[in-house]
Design a protein around this ligand. Sequence first.
Ligand SMILES: [Zn+2]
Ligand SMILES: [Zn+2]
Length: 199
Amino acid sequence: MIIVKKNLLFAICSLFLVGSITIGCKPEQKKEQEKAEVVVKTEIVNMSNSDEIKTRIARCNCGQLEVTIVGPDPERISLCHCNLCQRQSGSAFAIQARFPKEQVTVKGEATSWRFPIKGADPVDFTNCAEDGAEFHFCATCGSTVYYTSDLDDSRIGIKIGTLTEPDFPAPKITGHIKYRHPWTENIESLSMLVVQGEK
Ligand SMILES: [Zn+2]
Ligand SMILES: [Zn+2]
């Protein structure tokens, strides 16, 4: 517990550091700023979850593509506001977690596409996969269930929505917040009429 608190303290201090770098940042300084953010994320993901072994099943909407994960809660759970994630999820942001490859079993047929697309012009929108990623989805119903990153071939990313587990641990890191929909900062504060899901 003491170790976790120390990591948390370091992460918070680092966040303040990044905040100070961000102020007055020129476009050419963007790369350096992104490097600093990566350092902060690395510290935050070191905060571990329970070591309890759990079996989780990620599934597309038609059910033919299914991914079983057997292992403890993952270290890296992220919420991303980039345009790539917005388009891919069809929502304001995307959430995903990376599990060690050996904990993941894929059943069914996945179709995939690579980002960036080979031979295409560079994209003009913000994205979290410029170093290369492959996204795997069900060709029948369209759900993107998992992905791999060229920077980390030891793990497989799972799109958390495909688990349909509300008690799955909350994201620990976030990115591309400059591009977020402002209301996502505090969803609980929104005045919304609940019209579905009260069974
Ligand atoms: Zn499907
Ligand atoms: Zn993203």
